[in-house]
Design a protein around this ligand. Structure first.
Ligand SMILES: Cc1ncc(COP(=O)(O)O)c(C=O)c1O
Length: 293
């Protein structure tokens, strides 16, 4: 695989289109040392950006929560995102906008650092191996917990939140799992390392944790709407890990993960049933709606 610093094309960097390989950040950047960085992840389907405004809005929310003032308006970032997608000619791919603190200060206090913004886009396929979209993925349960809401800006896509996600995912992969289920600070089911989680019960109803200490995914909200439009009941509630054995189905949702069935969480087996495959194909239809219409 071509490393991400050796790709072709341009990157939107501080309001200019710069050659991909020429975008550099200094080793003494505050964002690198103190995780003063926020980002987004969007997808492009058939040349159209899915939920651009919602993602840009969340980028600004994350920045505000991190005391980072992005030196552009949301509309300017929306336009810049469209520009880089078109410049890179991305048809089906991924967009990564991010903002971080520069190198003017190298200490905890960062009041005088410049805020840099970059937007990158590239062609991309599925997050997990495509065959797992029908077979389902296997999760372990992480030893790391999502932090309590009064310990970190939990409702953001801030880089620091992903430290324990990478550790959890590495541990899962070492043990032969695809991903990891993380519990919240009270020991309830929370989410996977980069996606939200849903369960199906014996009556065909869905259950998903209340996002009160982790990201309320844009895909999560979209899938809840799709399910409700199909008259499937969705219960947003606290879910204990003791309940895992009582569910019959499970799936993850996320911009990268889309709707991905889960076939196993430790010793608990789940069926990749028609309801989950149907939700997955309805999501696929929705994201490609504009071109199909
Ligand atoms: C930790 C985490 N949870 C949930 C999600 C799902 O969010 P969304 O559906 O908005 O992509 C993501 C992906 O962005 C994530 O990184």
């Amino acid at each position: 695989m071509t490393p991400y610093d050796k790709r072709e094309g341009k990157i939107w960097y501080n309001n200019e289109l710069v050659e991909w390989n020429d975008v550099k950040l200094h080793v003494l950047s505050h964002g690198l040392h103190y995780a003063s960085c926020v980002f987004e992840g969007l997808r492009v389907y058939d040349g159209e950006i899915f939920k651009l405004e919602e993602h840009t809005n969340r980028l600004f929310h994350s920045a505000k929560r991190m005391d980072i003032k992005i030196p552009y308006s949301e509309e300017e970032i929306n336009q810049a995102t469209k520009k880089i997608v078109s410049n890179q000619n991305v048809q089906n791919g991924y967009i990564r906008p991010f903002a971080w603190r520069g190198s003017e200060m190298m200490a905890v206090s960062a009041q005088k650092t410049k805020i840099h913004v970059a937007i990158t886009a590239w062609e991309w396929g599925t997050y997990f191996d495509p065959k797992l979209k029908t077979e389902g993925i296997k999760l372990n349960i992480s030893n790391w917990r999502r932090p309590a809401p009064n310990t970190i800006p939990w409702d953001t896509k801030a880089s620091g939140l992903y430290m324990i996600c990478t550790l959890s995912k590495h541990e899962a992969e070492r043990d032969g799992y695809t991903d990891s289920l993380m519990l919240d600070h009270e020991g309830n089911v929370a989410e996977a390392t980069g996606a939200n989680i849903f369960f199906k019960d014996k009556n065909g109803e869905l259950h998903t944790p209340i996002p009160d200490s982790f990201l309320d995914g844009i895909t999560r909200r979209t899938v809840i709407e799709i399910a409700k439009s199909k008259n499937i009941k969705v219960h947003e509630r606290k879910i204990s890990p003791k309940e895992l054995s009582s569910f019959v189905g499970c799936f993850l949702t996320g911009t990268a993960a889309e709707v991905t069935p889960v076939s196993k969480i430790l010793e608990n087996d789940y069926k990749v049933c028609n309801l989950i495959l149907d939700l997955s194909s309805s999501y696929e239809k929705l994201v490609r709606k504009k071109k199909a219409a």
